[in-house]
Every structure is written in structure tokens, then in C-alpha cells.
Design a protein around this ligand. Structure first.
Ligand SMILES: C[S@@+](CC[C@H](N)C(=O)[O-])C[C@H]1O[C@@H](n2cnc3c(N)ncnc32)[C@H](O)[C@@H]1O
Length: 308
């Protein structure tokens, strides 16, 4: 480890301590590493783009840390939420915030090309936007197509040799229909689950009550959805979180979608940050089943053309 790496490890440990969403930490650390590596290879300051930048916690924090390596003035955050963008502009005044829909290829085409493109917790919202009132659920094929189109547009924003950093929810491996039995810590947590099952909007949630009033049977698919939303139930954020599916692609689907866009994956990690919180809420009674990883982090580059 070089002295500079040690400096940045310490810097990020201090800087990211107050950040509530610890999942973003791994995306920020990975992007910081890339920025430092790229700055050694590219002479000009780097342009960074974040699609779905929200309040700018990711891109703003990265540009503040690496203001000497990045071109802050020409780096861009895109978001269609004017309130979030207003906060982003207030907190990171040098950064250009563009209000608009990043799934619109014309909008992205007007922004130019970037060395780093960030998609942090953004594509699951694109997936969730394809809710069908007719079906009463997300229209999954249409939603996956939209995600793939957004990935294609994001890829189109990369300069040759640029990097795409994706951090988002992950559909964990395992048979989605497998039934498992879970036990809630107490009646309060169990009632929270009933709220989840009633109010979670993207998909219908099914479960079966069993003899023990603190236990229910449910599918692995619905269990993973409950877990990733459990930390929001009863909080203000539940009002928006209940509308979004955090899961949309399995690891295999991410790999296939990246390959279709001509992106070579250099690092892929699945991870969870809420394991201890989940363990405090529920135990899995069915033997041989453990809590899933909820996030995926992918670092990818456009693959060089193949020589025939
Ligand atoms: C969960 S937040 C993440 C914000 C930021 N990336 C972060 O990690 O701090 C997702 C953001 O993506 C934005 N978003 C979702 N779909 C979008 C779209 N199609 N066009 C523009 N913004 C979008 C939302 O408004 C929201 O601010």
C-alpha cells in the first residue's frame, strides 16, 4: 500500500463517518480509487457524470475530495427531482446540476463525454417507474428493457478508456419460489412486516400465518424484498421507499446486460451492510438459509474492439 493510499483510507474513514447510507461508502471508495488511478494516466482533469445524483452526496463528495484531479466545473449531476437538485447545487456550488430525465438519450447526448460515469442507487428507480396499473405490479419485461436502455445511454457517455461505476440493489441467487419460515423478534416487528406486505407497491407480497403467532411462511423472493425495506418501515422514508423495488437484476442478468453494452467488468462485488440490523429483527427458522447480499458494485469499461 502506498503512502497516498494510506492517506485516502484515513481521509474516507473520517469523511464518510457521518454518512447515513453506508452502502454508498463502497461506491465512493471505488470511484475515488479509479479517479486517482486515471489521473496518473490522463493529463487533463477528469470529467465525472452522475446519473440520478440526488442531493449530490456521491458526486459532490468525490469532487470535493479530488478537486485537483477532476474538472469540477464541467462535471455534471443529472436528476429529475428539482428539490434534490436544489440541495445538490446549494451544498456543492461548483458542480453543474442538470434537471432532467437521464433515460432521455437526447439529454445525455448534449452533455458530452466523461472519464467516470456513476450510477449509484439510480437504476432500480428506473425499473420501478414501469409500474403498470393494469397489472397492479411492475411490468417486469418493460421495466428491464428501460433499465437496459438507460445503461446503454450511460455507456454512451463514456470517453474511450472511461469507467462506469454501478452500485445498486441485487436480486440474490436462490430459487425465488422456495418457501421459508421466519420468526419476528416481537409483535412490533411482526406488525411492521404486515405494514410492509400491505403497503409495498411494486409487487404483491404473499405470506401464510402459521400456528406460532410470531412466525410466517413466505417465499425467498418476498423475504428479500421485506428485508431490504425493513429498515425504512415506520420512518418518513417509507413513503417513497414503499414505491420502489430495490431488486431488478440478478448477478447473471447484470453480467449479461453489461456484455450486451460492450462493457467489460473488471470488478463485481455483492455485499450487504444491514446484516446485523436484519438479525435483530428476524431469525430464519428454515435450516440452511442465510440472509442475502442486497447490493452489487460493478466497475466496468467499454471493451476494446476484438481483433479478428
Ligand atoms: C436513491 S437516489 C440516489 C441519489 C444519489 N445517487 C446518491 O446515492 O446519493 C436516486 C435518485 O435518482 C433520481 N432518478 C431516478 N430516476 C431518474 C431518472 N430517470 N432521471 C433522473 N433522475 C432520476 C431520483 O430523483 C433520486 O434523486
Amino acid at each position: 500500500m502506498s503512502e497516498t493510499d494510506e492517506f485516502w483510507d484515513f481521509y474516507w474513514e473520517m469523511r464518510l463517518q457521518p454518512m447515513e447510507n453506508l452502502g454508498k461508502r463502497s461506491a465512493i471508495l471505488a470511484a475515488s480509487r479509479l479517479i486517482r488511478q486515471m489521473a496518473e494516466q490522463v493529463e487533463r482533469p477528469l470529467r465525472v457524470l452522475e446519473l440520478g445524483c440526488g442531493e449530490g452526496q456521491v458526486i459532490g463528495t468525490l469532487l470535493t475530495a479530488h478537486s485537483q484531479l477532476c474538472d469540477v466545473q464541467t462535471s455534471v449531476g443529472v436528476d429529475y427531482n428539482s428539490q434534490s437538485l436544489a440541495r445538490c447545487r446549494r451544498d456543492f456550488p461548483g458542480l453543474r446540476g442538470v434537471e432532467g430525465d437521464f433515460t432521455d438519450p437526447d439529454l445525455l447526448a448534449g452533455l458530452g463525454k466523461f472519464e467516470i460515469v456513476l450510477l449509484v442507487n439510480a437504476l432500480h428507480e428506473v425499473f420501478s417507474d414501469s409500474f403498470s396499473h393494469e397489472l397492479g405490479e411492475i411490468d417486469v419485461p418493460a421495466a428491464k428493457l428501460r433499465v437496459e436502455q438507460a445503461l446503454a445511454s450511460a455507456t454512451g457517455c463514456l470517453k474511450p478508456g472511461g469507467w462506469l461505476v454501478l452500485f445498486d440493489g441485487l436480486e440474490p441467487p436462490g430459487d425465488p419460489t422456495q418457501t421459508l419460515c421466519i420468526r419476528f423478534r416481537d409483535y412490533l416487528v411482526r406488525d411492521g412486516f404486515f405494514t410492509f406486505a400491505r403497503e409495498y407497491h411494486p409487487f404483491r407480497i404473499s405470506y401464510r400465518k402459521v400456528a406460532d403467532p410470531l412466525c410466517v411462511d413466505l417465499s425467498w423472493r418476498d423475504f428479500t424484498r421485506y428485508l431490504t425495506k425493513s429498515i425504512f418501515i415506520g420512518k418518513k422514508l417509507w413513503e417513497t421507499e414503499r414505491l420502489e423495488s430495490y431488486q431488478y437484476f440478478s448477478e447473471l442478468e447484470f453480467r449479461a446486460a453489461f456484455a450486451r453494452q460492450g462493457l467489460a467488468i473488471f470488478e463485481l462485488r455483492s455485499l450487504t451492510v444491514n446484516y446485523e440490523k436484519w438479525r435483530g429483527l428476524v431469525t430464519i427458522e428454515t435450516p440452511g438459509i442465510d440472509f442475502p447480499n442486497e447490493h452489487i458494485l460493478i466497475l466496468a469499461q467499454p471493451a476494446p474492439p476484438r481483433v479478428i
